[in-house]
Ligand binder design. Structure first.
Ligand SMILES: [Zn+2]
Length: 197
């Protein structure tokens, strides 16, 4: 019991009291529930990996999008997290490839460029025939800051840098925006200077 509580309190947002509640719940639950949870946790780490090209979470490396020869290779859409890829894919309006940062720049939380998949993005732009990088970070203060940083880093490499956020309500996240608005944002993407600032 102490070992389980100890392990649970290492999870984000789980304090000692919540850990005890979960442990007691599992003690009273049918044994299958414990087994299912334990298996889900161990399978999750066994099956999921990071795509070596785009940084997205995937069961196969490269991920299905990077491995798809029908996707345009000269356009990269940069997003904060794996969910954003799923959201944008649902619009059916984008046929290029993605790059997943795994977060956004947040200096106050100590999240700098080194904590994100920015180095791999720069390498991709340098190494491949990328013509356009579309910045699809969330239209929040931190998302905009991340985009500005990326534009400053990527533009000197001779690539066209555009911003997805035009038409997106400020302070929101891609996940909650409707498909139609998102599709418009993809079609109407602009340069940073005539878009969001
Ligand atoms: Zn990939």
């Amino acid at each position: 019991m102490a070992r389980l509580i100890d392990a649970l309190t290492k999870l984000p947002g789980v304090g000692k009291r919540s850990a005890q509640r979960i442990a007691f719940h599992l003690l009273k639950a049918p044994p299958e529930e414990c087994a299912t949870l334990a298996k889900a946790i161990s399978d999750f780490r066994k099956d999921l990996r990071v795509c070596s090209e785009c940084g997205n979470l995937t069961e196969a490396d490269p991920c299905p999008i990077c491995a798809d020869p029908r996707r345009e290779t000269h356009t990269l859409l940069v997003v904060e997290q794996p969910n954003d890829v799923a959201t944008l894919e649902a619009t059916g309006q984008y046929h290029g490839r993605y790059h997943v940062l795994m977060g956004r720049l947040a200096p106050l939380e100590g999240i700098g460029p080194g904590e994100l998949n920015i180095h791999t993005l720069v390498e991709r732009v340098k190494g491949n025939k990328i013509k356009e990088v579309i910045l699809g970070t969330n239209p929040t203060l931190e998302g905009d800051g991340t985009s500005l940083y990326l534009a400053k880093t990527l533009e000197p490499l001779g690539v066209r840098v555009t911003r997805l956020a035009r038409g997106l309500p400020t302070g929101t996240s891609l996940e909650v925006v409707s498909k139609a608005v998102l599709a418009e944002a993809i079609a109407g993407r602009g340069k940073l200077s005539d878009g969001t600032h």
